[in-house]
Design a protein around this ligand. Structure first.
Ligand SMILES: CNCC(=O)c1nnc(C(C)(C)C)o1
Length: 314
């Protein structure tokens, strides 16, 4: 269902601030339609498999690891790391690669960043392909990190809250912020692995043991957990619901947009994709009846590739 992977013909480490250097890569067709892939988390980093959503004969495929994520350095750094710093970085990469306009593709947090970028630079976006819509509203965070998904995955939830003292469980995100930023190394890594395992254990309709094992790798867990939690305690550095505000959405309603959403996505439930459709009726919304959150769910992968195939010749 996804395309065979091609090796990058260009890659590098781009200094974007006094602190941050970003890993980026370009693969596919040098003269193809440029597309930028915005990974999830935040803090999740890219995977070479992410190139597989795009026909390498038609697209010039740009992947980069956002601040503190993946191969970008310093790993897990929270300084100068906000939604709006990342929007600036996307423009810096676009200018570096001498691209006028490009397709934008993002899932989960990547959909958040895609919306923030498109609303900031609508004239630079040829199309949007979004998966597992996440707009970082308080209600969305509450469902996954306080009282919602916990009812569907009680055993994983029990593991998730285990590091948190009973007296602090009324605000799980805040309690994890203290442990993820502890001066004690063991406290930090134990919390990071528990945070990451909660998400990786609930990402698929049928749990993927490899994904759960990935959650327990030190470097991934540290970056994913610390950066996600940093953004969440700061409400994504946005007003609650900002990305769904009419005046923000009206800036992008002319952009061809496809949304692919898993019916049983417990991390970014379908209610947010539906709310986006209500304010952005021109978009095409697919709700996949047998899928959870992950872009690797077969039904989600299939529709994402169909969307990028459709937009390749725009
Ligand atoms: C609330 N964060 C969900 C998210 O953006 C996400 N879920 N999985 C990922 C990775 C595949 C990048 C690990 O990111």
């Amino acid at each position: 269902m996804s395309y065979a992977l091609t090796e990058p013909f260009q890659s590098g480490n781009l200094k974007v601030s006094d602190i941050h250097t970003l890993y980026y890569e370009v693969s596919g067709n040098k003269d193809g339609a440029p597309v930028v892939f915005l990974h999830g988390g935040p803090g999740g980093g890219t995977d070479p498999k992410d190139r597989g959503f795009f026909n390498p004969e038609k697209y010039k495929i740009i992947l980069f690891d956002q601040r503190g994520s993946g191969k970008s350095k310093p790993t897990a750094s929270l300084e100068e790391n906000t939604t709006w710093d990342l929007v600036k970085d996307i423009e810096t990469i676009r200018e570096l690669l001498k691209i006028d306009k490009w397709h934008v593709f993002g899932g989960s947090w990547g959909s958040t960043l895609s919306l923030a970028y498109a609303q900031s630079h609508p004239d630079r976006v040829k199309s949007l392909v979004l998966r597992g819509i996440f707009t970082l509203r308080k209600s969305e965070l509450s469902f996954f990190y306080q009282d919602g998904a916990s009812h569907l995955f009680p055993e994983a939830w029990e593991e998730f809250i285990a590091p948190i003292p009973e007296a602090e469980r009324h605000d799980i995100v805040l309690a994890y912020h203290a442990q993820l930023n502890s001066v004690d190394d063991q406290t930090r890594i134990t919390a990071a692995k528990a945070w990451s395992k909660w998400e990786m254990s609930t990402s698929r309709l049928f749990v993927d043991p490899a994904q759960v094992a990935h959650a327990e790798e030190d470097d991934f867990a540290n970056a994913f957990a610390r950066i996600e939690n940093h953004y969440f305690v700061n409400d994504g550095f946005m007003r609650d619901g900002q990305l769904l505000d009419k005046q923000e959405i009206d800036k992008i309603r002319h952009i061809p947009t496809v949304v692919v959403q898993g019916r049983y996505d417990v991390i970014c439930p379908a209610t947010t994709a539906y709310a986006l459709k209500k304010v952005f009726p021109e978009l095409t919304l697919h709700i996949v009846p047998d899928a959870g959150h992950s872009s690797r769910e077969p039904g989600i992968t299939k529709l994402l590739v169909e969307a990028t195939d459709k937009f390749a010749d725009l």
